[in-house]
Design a protein around this ligand. Sequence first.
Ligand SMILES: [Zn+2]
Length: 109
Amino acid sequence: MNSISDSCPEIADIQVRVFSMRGSLIPSDPFREFGLSVPEYVECRNPNCKGGRFRVWPVISIAASRHEATFRTSSVCNGYERRRKPEIPCLYTFTIEGEITYRSNEPKG
Ligand SMILES: [Zn+2]
């Protein structure tokens, strides 16, 4: 699979915003934005994080299976703070939100 539309062919278009930060989300926080080329994984933004990443496609697949127009989910990073001994879990959180347009909802021409 090369893109989310390969695994979810009913998706006509999509906007995805990915937040990766420590603490709670505020509206002005920076985010990365993707379209149909949204990658399967996004990396943690914590510069000291080791191995932290979030799988985006399953979130979209679940939303698409429910035919949801919007989706939003948060998940604590699965990485570790590399500068701490002993290592402690990364305290960053991923938040994924977006909108999905389905082929069945497109205007028929
Ligand atoms: Zn992390």
